[in-house]
Design a protein around this ligand. Structure first.
Ligand SMILES: Cc1cc2nc3c(=O)[nH]c(=O)nc-3n(C[C@H](O)[C@H](O)[C@H](O)COP(=O)(O)OP(=O)(O)OC[C@H]3O[C@@H](n4cnc5c(N)ncnc54)[C@H](O)[C@@H]3O)c2cc1C
Length: 450
């Protein structure tokens, strides 16, 4: 895919990747071998008919390609942009073993974008079942479950605590990776199925849990938005953000346009971001676009970054400085941040994840000047609703324990996405929403244990 030049794109929030043109898409799709047993479908958590939509693109039937994807995935423009295809459908592509896997993500994005506005999805819901289902949380898991349940004829009420639906798609992933107009258009498709959306509704606070239990079934998809902190001295200093807060202010509340919008954010001229995942890369690249010099501190080596390779490359090209094998131990400054004290880390024996265990090198501290610190070292499941579900089985990380179809230990209560798995990916959350919707449908129709 063509990308905008780093020195240009770093000054705005416009999309970095420009997508494929029709000729490129046709040529790329034509490489598909149309395997009899397509491994790529097995690599897709929502089971898109990948060879089917690639064949349609190769024959120039772009709207058909889009329709084929929409049968399994109502958010293709989102997934085409943010899915880690390299470890899913593309990772399973047989061509990857010999030459280069088909660029399925770019083709999904192409089909989604090129046919936008030409509705071809089977949006006609089944006849009303007379059953009502509450879905809590409108991220990818909740949206997918809501759509699948509505398609099956159930009355769906979707509760969202924020003023806009979409979860991480709107508050976390920045505009330059995932334009919000695209997310809104795809959510519009879900709502068009007859899903009733209730925003500004924090279930467990503004909506009592009792109200939920009046529904025939409940799907909990409240995500993993609770930020972790390092627990080092100085974390309460002015100018220390969690990545979630920083990104929400800019992405959802458009703090970059303050005072035209009501939400400010500290822009910072020297920003230190801690962490090495996608969230850290996003926070660093947003801070760059707000005009800061940005240093990202990660305790392992660059090859150990959990972030997608492309995100690391983009961050580097745009000018994020990486300090690897180092960990923050103290934040300096009173009342506002002046620097971050770090210690060098040596890579030792492999840990259980197969990566070398980082250990502090004695006497190796150094200070990075900073006026802002953004912590992106992980998140855990949102605890509010979980605590209010009496007797629900929970895991070590505060996640709801579910079976493979999303059933919790409570009758009529299902869960999926990050609230069950801990922080994961968009497509895994969508797959969980899809499986749970099928289980809820089966149970509501009397085949299950309701
Ligand atoms: C910055 C960032 C970048 C990411 N980048 C990628 C990426 O490139 N690719 C990828 O695949 N994944 C990425 N992820 C991970 C991915 O976004 C998540 O795994 C996915 O969004 C989880 O979906 P979900 O529906 O379970 O939860 P969420 O998307 O978190 O949605 C949960 C929703 O529930 C709402 N909610 C919570 N509690 C309540 C309540 N009590 N009442 C009502 N509503 C409630 C929240 O407001 C939220 O809207 C990223 C995550 C972040 C934070």
């Amino acid at each position: 895919m063509v990308e905008r030049a780093a020195e240009v794109r770093v000054h705005d929030f416009g999309e970095v990747d420009l997508g494929l043109g029709p000729d490129e898409a046709v040529a790329e799709a034509a490489r598909c071998l149309q395997c009899k047993k397509p491994a790529c479908i097995g690599g897709c958590p929502v089971g898109i008919d990948i060879p089917g939509f690639l064949a349609a693109i190769a024959e120039g039937r772009f709207v058909d390609a889009r329709a084929r994807i929409l049968e399994a995935n109502l958010l293709p423009a989102v997934c085409g942009r943010v899915c880690p295809q390299e470890s899913q459908c593309e990772g399973a592509c047989i061509l990857g073993k010999k030459e280069c896997a088909i660029n399925i993500g770019a083709l999904e994005r192409f089909a989604a974008d090129v046919g936008e506005g030409e509705e071809s999805a089977p949006t006609e819901p089944a006849p009303p079942s007379g059953k009502r289902v509450a879905v809590v949380g409108s991220g990818p898991a909740g949206l997918t479950a809501a759509a699948e349940l509505a398609r099956r004829g159930h009355g769906v009420t979707l509760y969202e605590s924020l003023h806009e639906p979409g979860g991480v798609l709107v508050y976390g992933i920045p505009e330059f990776r995932l334009p919000k107009a695209i997310v809104r258009a795809e959510i519009g498709r879900v709502l068009a199925l007859g899903v009733e959306l209730r925003t500004n509704m924090l279930v467990g606070a503004s909506v009592p849990v009792k109200e939920l239990l009046d529904f025939d079934a409940v799907f909990v998809a409240t995500g993993a938005g609770l930020p972790s902190f390092m627990g080092i001295p100085g974390e309460e200093t002015n100018g220390v953000y969690s990545a979630n807060e920083f990104l929400t202010r800019v992405n959802l509340m458009r703090a970059d346009r303050f005072p035209a919008t009501g939400t400010p954010v500290k822009r910072g001229s020297r920003v230190v971001v801690t962490g090495g995942g996608n969230v850290a890369m996003d926070a660093a690249r947003v801070a760059l676009r707000l005009g800061a010099r940005v240093t990202l501190v990660y305790r392992r080596r660059e090859e150990d970054f959990p972030a997608r390779r492309d995100e690391v490359r983009h961050a580097k090209e745009e000018g994020v400085e990486f300090v690897t094998c180092a960990a923050p131990v103290r934040i300096h400054g009173e009342p506002a941040v002046t620097g971050v004290e770090c210690v060098a880390m040596a890579m030792c024996d492999l840990d259980e994840s197969g990566r070398p265990e980082p250990r502090e090198v004695e006497g190796s501290t150094f200070v990075i000047d900073a006026d802002t610190v953004i912590q992106a070292i992980g998140t855990s499941p949102n605890p509010l609703l979980v605590r209010l579900l009496p007797g629900a089985a929970t895991g070590r990380k505060g996640n709801l324990v579910v079976d493979e179809d999303g059933r919790t230990s409570l009758p009529r209560v299902y869960a999926g996405g990050d609230i069950a798995t801990g922080a994961a990916t968009v497509i895994l959350a969508m797959g969980a929403g899809k499986r749970a919707a099928a289980a809820i449908d089966a149970d509501l129709r009397g085949a299950g244990r309701l």
